[in-house]
Design a protein around this ligand. Structure first.
Ligand SMILES: *Cc1c(COP(=O)(O)O)cnc(C)c1O
Length: 694
């Protein structure tokens, strides 16, 4: 997931990289100077393919998983392109006698490609899978180390083969390897490091900060020196892999990430098409040369040959990309939520800014992040620096771990002691709610981290604030590692004198307990008391965390809430659906279940594709927005549909987008209209809503 949308310079460079690949196969300067040809074609242009790998890695590799969905898609797509390419090149294979000799077809399909440039496609698949596996299982440090070792092994079979050759054992090993594949420049040794580094750049947001231009030039120069030396000493068996190729491509990539420019999907496709077709164009140009007697110019003059192949391939590629529609499936949405992650990041920052110094935001992502989608929300927040998360149930916690969240995860609710093994396995911090609960968890003999919940007046979960003895006993339990203590305020959203004094009572009760604990025991224990309104109304409480839920999503619980400190927050969710039919009703006609609506005059009503099963409360009777105008709901909300009056919106038509939350109608308004709070409204968003990430 990469939220920035201005990686256009990468797309532009794809074309340059494709031209470099054409150069590798047409050596434009070969008849000018052998050294120039070597430096340009066999060294500098070698950045092209690793650049493609790194780009794929950037958009694909992540330690956050969507159950490998993105990887599967990438592999499927690449394999289809590969299969088509193999088929397209069969005539040329036949022409060149490929099928005659001792071709090892299986080996070629898996490693070498059935045409000299096609190795790139199986190498992408293999490299992506290896990188994905390493990063998911081991994190970036190890993934980089292991893929670097693979790369080093590859070097010894490529530019540094001379070294391997001079050591008896190595020679035997490599000669054996070369029976399995022709080159070490493949998906096993060559591609993984670039995929891993691409993912690393995305995840750590290494978008280039200053010296990358200089460093790119430096490493490119070092690579040229390296290439010339290796070439001089006759070390190279092949010339695709250099030590300095890795940092050179990295800094090239940083350079490209630094600039801002909108994405150009056409160029992405064009570069791929150019890559695939240029060998065919080479054959075509040679053939044309022969037929028209222009061999001297078109074939023997390397530079002209290169230019001819480049221009024809590029024209073909751009025509293809422009004229053949992309197979990307357009989503035909029915009812959906739009999630604005930049608003989420903004809110996290704003709330963190309201916390006392030393106090950190704990993002409450229970109930599928209040209906916003726990996966996307948590990944976005963790990437933006949030280090603590809270969920309600152990299964929510396990899901977060499986998605790749590494931060602390606190389970706010009760968990059966029988599941202590899972708490340990997934490194989840459990809330202990009573002495009995603590004892039962301890008896499971699984070392786990826990936070102790104190009941300071809400009378929900927790140890009684007066039960210091029971609380202290938890510290002696050998399997429980108490890392935190917390309580929950129950009227911190209210400003009446009575509520305020109740809250202050809760605060001092909590402080008392914390004092006792710190007096007797660990002083590094984490404390937390405030949820969203606790922060907005009582920002000065001295704690280590603020557990923010609703405010993180950019809304207040109720429309008329006036917290003491207004937060600078933006709504993250919009709820939308479509107009699917229009109906004219004569005066006196009725609509909907129970005939609850009766037209007072001739009206036009629109049927909208969303209902209470999607999360719109059944008793909702407020406005929705169509084409920037308000349309009132008429009649009862159905399970899957609702009707609105569009008499005053004459341009309303089938297919129009209907906004139920956002663009002037807020979650607070819908909550108010349906006698609830936004917390309930949002957390009950229907499961079948589609999600559009903005
Ligand atoms: C849900 C919950 C929160 C978050 O509350 P908001 O009002 O949404 O910020 C905090 N603490 C506990 C114990 C909760 O259950």
């Amino acid at each position: 997931m990469n939220e920035r949308k201005d990686f256009g310079r990468i797309d532009i460079f794809r074309i340059a990289a494709a031209v470099m690949v054409v150069a590798i196969h047409t050596y434009p300067f070969a008849d000018v100077s052998r050294t120039l040809d070597f430096v340009f074609t066999h060294v500098i242009c070698r950045v092209a393919v690793p650049f493609f790998f790194m780009t794929s890695g950037f958009f694909l590799i992540s330690h956050y998983a969507e159950n490998g969905k993105k990887l599967t898609e990438f592999v499927k797509k690449t394999l289809i392109i590969y299969a088509v390419s193999i088929a397209v090149y069969i005539p040329i294979n036949i022409y060149s006698g490929y099928f005659g000799g001792d071709t090892n077809f299986l080996q070629d399909i898996i490693f070498n490609g059935t045409m000299y440039h096609l190795w790139y496609l199986p190498a992408s698949v293999m490299g992506a899978c290896i990188a994905w596996f390493l990063v998911r299982r081991l994190d970036y440090g190890w993934a980089i180390a292991i893929s670097a070792v693979l790369y080093a092994l590859g070097l010894l079979g490529d530019s540094y083969y001379g070294v391997a050759e001079s050591v008896g054992v190595l020679k035997t090993v490599y000669d054996a390897l070369f029976r399995v594949f022709e080159y070490t420049r493949n998906g096993l040794f060559f591609a993984p490091i670039f995929f891993v580094l691409g993912g690393f750049a995305a995840e750590k947001r290494c978008y280039g900060k200053g010296a990358e231009k200089l460093l790119f030039v430096l490493f490119l120069d070092l690579m040229i020196g390296e290439g010339l030396l290796l070439n001089m000493f006759g070390n190279q068996r092949h010339d695709s892999m250099y030590i300095f190729l890795v940092p050179a491509v990295w800094y090239l990539f940083m350079l490209l990430l630094k600039g801002e420019s909108r994405r150009r999907k056409t160029l992405t496709r064009a570069a791929l098409v150019m890559y695939i077709v240029h060998p065919m164009v080479i054959v075509g140009v040679r053939l044309a040369g022969k037929i028209f007697g222009l061999e001297g110019l078109l074939v023997e003059n390397n530079l002209v040959h290169f230019l001819a192949v480049t221009v024809i391939s590029a024209i073909f590629a751009i025509l293809w990309a422009e004229l053949i529609p992309s197979r990307r499936k357009e989503k035909h949405l029915r009812a959906w939520k739009e999630i604005d992650l930049s608003a989420l990041r903004h809110n996290a920052q704003a709330l963190q800014g309201m916390c006392r110094s030393g106090c950190e935001l704990m993002a409450v992502v229970k109930a599928d992040a209040y209906g916003h989608g726990a996966y996307d929300v948590s990944v976005c927040l963790e990437k933006s620096g949030v280090n603590a998360f809270a969920v309600a149930t152990i299964d929510e916690g396990i899901d977060l771990r499986k998605s790749g969240i590494r931060s602390d995860i606190l389970i706010l609710g009760y968990t059966e002691h029988k599941r202590a093994g899972e708490l340990r396995k997934y490194r989840l911090t459990q809330t202990v709610v009573s002495y009995e609960h603590a004892k039962a968890l301890d008896n499971e003999n699984k070392a786990i981290d826990v936070h102790i919940k104190i009941d300071t007046g809400m009378h929900r979960l927790g140890f009684d604030a007066g039960d210091i003895e029971g609380i202290m006993k938890c510290f002696e339990m050998k399997n429980l590692n108490v890392t935190g203590v917390f309580s929950h305020l129950c009227v911190s959203d209210e400003s009446s004198v009575e509520s305020d004094s109740f809250t202050r009572g809760q605060i001092s009760a909590f402080k008392r307990v914390v004092g006792e604990i710190k007096k007797n025991n660990a002083t590094d224990i984490k404390t937390h008391l405030q949820s969203s309104y606790g922060l907005l109304n009582y920002p000065d409480i001295e704690c280590d965390y603020v557990r923010a839920g609703i405010a993180l999503y950019g809304v207040y619980s109720s429309e008329h809430d006036m917290p003491r400190h207004e937060a600078d927050i933006l709504p993250v969710l919009k709820l939308k659906a479509k107009v699917v039919q229009l109906k004219s009703l004569a005066s006196g006609e009725t609509a909907g279940y129970g005939r609850c609506y009766r037209a007072e005059k001739p009206v036009t009503i629109a049927d909208v594709s969303i209902g209470y099963a999607d999360g719109v409360p059944r008793n909702f009777c407020g406005d929705v927005m169509i084409n920037g105008k308000a349309a009132p709901v008429v009649g009862r909300i159905c399970m899957d549909q609702l009707s609105v009056d569009v008499t005053d919106i004459p341009d309303a038509s089938v297919g129009d987008t209907v906004t139920l939350i956002g663009d002037g109608v807020t979650a607070e308004m819908m909550a108010e209209n349906t006698a609830t709070i936004t917390n309930e409204l949002l957390s009950r968003m229907g499961k079948r809503l589609e999600t559009v990430i903005k």
